[in-house]
Design a protein around this ligand. Structure first.
Ligand SMILES: Nc1ncnc2c1ncn2[C@@H]1O[C@H](COP(=O)(O)OP(=O)(O)OP(=O)(O)O)[C@@H](O)[C@H]1O
Length: 393
């Protein structure tokens, strides 16, 4: 792809050193969501926290129904009307955009300062890329018009300038002969091409945060690899923060720097260093997910499946929601709230009997510090290491 023009076309592309102390682009703090109200309310997200920094790609993984999409929808401000925020908040570049009491887009409680800020950010500061391009693309409008409109809406350029920018964006996302393709309708393109068009339209506003909801699941592996490479490129050129939802750890391995593992609405494990998490997962659920992921280097090994199934929001058990399926379960796992046993600022492990050999079951390399975060913590905190690695990239 020749798209060097894309560097100038889509963003800051600073490529310089980042400030490890900079405010994260996205901070989700204690997000707790319920479906319905009153005695029939069911908790679909319970005290979920994580951050994504500029230039970082965080994989957000878990089985179907674990709450991945709902988290993205909360960030984007598009929760279903029946789902509301019980507790927690979401900050975009340090500014609160979602707070407790927020409900779906039609609810009266969604109005207010935070909702107004979110409205303005949607499409410019924050972009979302869906699994199915038809969700985002208009079938009766040419792809050129859709990208030009996205550019104009977000950047206030003239029609001619916007067309030039649209061509650059199409080149950036790997659409050959973009001038010819401007006049195509979505149905005239392959699935992979439609996905590229959606990405081009999404990044037209030079977003600082890109939310991806399984955007390659429907594509064959070759196209999937191209799209993943494209995400890496767009992220680097915009210095954007990427939150990538998937159930596929193979995809996470190719794209992401950090990892959050969700199960039945709760964070099981959150790690700033994806490689360390894959080499030595601490939560038995993360281990089980890894064991059920195909490994191209060890095809002779039989894949393990996780016995049983995840609870629905209405039948979540007391204690650890994974306990009924966990090989390491003990009596104390079945009662009360499971605390974070990692004792590190950027790392979370909600398990009373984690894998590993360090203090609290957490290997020494990533166990640094207390939740308070002293200078000594900063020297060894894996979040600092990960940020510095990114800064040096
Ligand atoms: N529109 C909706 N209205 C009410 N509840 C919903 C809605 N969509 C999903 N849910 C429920 O919210 C919970 C979390 O669902 P969510 O879609 O976030 O899971 P997920 O991890 O993204 O799953 P998948 O990988 O299948 O997309 C589930 O129990 C689901 O049944």
């Amino acid at each position: 792809m020749s798209g060097v023009s894309g560097v100038g076309a889509v963003g800051a592309g600073t490529g310089g050193r980042r400030d490890p102390l900079a405010v994260p682009v996205l901070e989700v703090e204690g997000l707790t969501l319920s479906l319905g109200e009153g005695p029939d309310a069911a908790r679909i997200l319970d005290d979920v926290s994580f951050t994504v920094a500029a230039g970082e790609a965080r994989g957000f993984v878990g089985e179907s129904g674990s709450g991945k999409s709902m988290t993205l929808r909360a960030v984007m401000g598009i929760l279903p009307p029946t789902v509301h925020v019980d507790a927690g908040r979401i900050l975009f570049r340090g500014e609160e955009i979602v707070s407790a009491g927020t409900t779906g887009p039609v609810g009266p409680r969604s109005r207010g300062a935070a909702a107004g800020r979110l409205q303005r950010l949607r499409g410019t500061g924050i972009a979302m890329i869906f699994q199915e391009p038809s969700v985002a693309l208009n079938p009766v409008t040419t792809v050129g018009e859709q990208i030009v409109d996205a550019v104009r809406r977000r950047q206030g350029l003239s029609r001619r300038q916007a067309r030039e920018r649209a061509l650059e964006l199409m080149e950036l996302v790997g659409i050959r002969e973009p001038a010819r393709r401007l006049g195509s309708y979505p149905f005239e393109l392959s699935g992979g091409m439609r996905q590229r068009v959606m990405i081009a339209a999404a990044v037209a506003g030079e977003p600082q945060l890109i939310l991806c909801d399984e955007p390659t699941t429907a594509l064959d592996v070759t196209v999937q690899a191209q799209i993943l490479a494209l995400f890496t490129r767009v992220r680097d050129e915009l210095d954007a923060a990427l939150l990538y939802v998937t159930h596929d750890l193979g995809v996470v391995a190719q794209l992401c720097d950090s990892l959050t593992v969700l199960y039945s609405g709760s964070v099981m494990e959150s790690r700033p260093d994806l490689r360390a998490a894959f080499d030595e997962p601490w939560h038995p659920y993360t281990r089980a997910l890894l064991d059920s992921t195909p490994d191209i280097d060890h095809l002779e090994q039989r894949l393990r499946t996780i016995p049983g199934s995840a609870p629905t929001p209405r039948d979540r058990p007391d204690g650890c929601p994974f306990a009924p399926r966990c090989e390491r379960v003990q009596d104390d796992c079945r009662h009360g709230r499971i605390p974070d046993t990692a004792r590190s600022r950027a790392t979370e492990v909600h398990c009373l009997h984690p894998l590993g050999s360090g203090p609290g079951g957490v290997p020494s390399g990533e166990s640094a510090g207390s939740a308070g975060g002293s200078d000594a913590d900063a020297a060894t905190d894996p979040s600092t290491e990960a940020t510095e690695r990114q800064a040096a990239r």
